[in-house]
Design a protein around this ligand. Structure first.
Ligand code: NI
Length: 275
């Protein structure tokens, strides 16, 4: 074990999640928030394609996906050869009705086998009063469950997808995190979250990690960033780091990569990726 206790790994295997894991100090999390908000203050918005794989646009996010504390915990779950397949911001603005419907992450990702772990890093506190993630313990042991696309405007998921089975919300566990902590969840775990009625925005950054043996089976081409160990499988084109925040080269590369990514995620809908 590099970071997690055996009990923590056992909980992840049995229940499909583990939290909280301390990663950053509150001050470090605040610095990440300020980096994000400096970009926004300059007229940039975390919407559309920029919401996804922003680690290809910003050096400070490319550093974060390689953070040793995050990778030590991820290694305890998926082993030493690790790719970052994706990142996404989950921002809920203050007094906002955006939500995340109950879903399994695996539904449209096209990745096999389902050995994918999400490290969800809190840039702000994420708690009951601002729409923290809720999970159904043990639901990762279900197979893939059918989902329906709703494209609901306030749903933060790419298709507004929601699971087509009744979820017993009394079973749900809330993953409350302080700024700088992360949760870990399995790609098949049923989860969702409510709106943020509080007076501050809630900022989370989801990092999707896979062992190098995972394959993309829904598209002919996909890419990922090697963050630890070696890639002997060559199932993904290895991504380049941004040379500077929002540099022309980084922006062009990110556009190409997220375009290919969106084709996989939105396949069969006839729609573009939305904000
Ligand atoms: Ni999800």
């Amino acid at each position: 074990m590099k970071s997690l206790t055996e009990a923590a790994v056992r909980q992840y295997r049995d229940l499909g999640y583990y939290a909280p894991v301390p990663i950053l100090t509150r001050a470090e999390a605040g610095a990440l928030r300020r980096s994000l908000e400096a970009f926004e203050a300059n007229g940039g918005g975390i919407q559309g394609a920029v919401r996804h794989k922003p680690h290809l646009l910003f050096t400070w996010l490319n550093e974060l996906i390689r953070h040793p504390r995050i990778l030590d915990a991820v290694e305890d779950i998926v082993g030493p050869d690790i790719l970052c397949w994706g990142t996404s911001f989950f921002i809920k603005e203050r007094r906002n009705t955006s939500y995340v419907s109950w879903h399994q992450d695996s539904t449209y990702w096209g990745l096999e086998p389902p050995d994918i772990v999400t490290a969800w890093v809190a840039f702000t506190d994420s708690a009951a009063d601002n729409g923290a993630m809720r999970v159904i313990p043990g639901s990762h042991k279900l197979d893939q469950v059918p989902h329906r696309d709703t494209f609901a405007a306030e749903n933060l998921l790419s298709r507004g997808q929601e699971i087509m089975v009744d979820v017993d919300e009394r079973q749900a566990a809330m993953l409350e995190l302080a700024a700088g902590e992360m949760s870990l969840h399995h790609v098949r775990l049923i989860h969702g979250s409510d709106p943020n009625p509080s007076d501050d925005r809630r900022i989370g950054f989801a990092i999707r990690y896979i062992p190098t043996y995972v394959r993309q089976v829904a598209g002919s081409h996909d890419s990922a960033t090697l963050v630890r160990g070696v890639d002997d499988h060559h199932n993904f084109e290895l991504e380049q780091r941004p040379d500077a925040d929002m540099s022309p080269a980084a922006v062009a590369y990110h556009a190409a990569v997220t375009g290919a990514h969106a084709q996989i995620l939105m396949r069969g809908t006839g729609r573009e990726m939305r904000a």
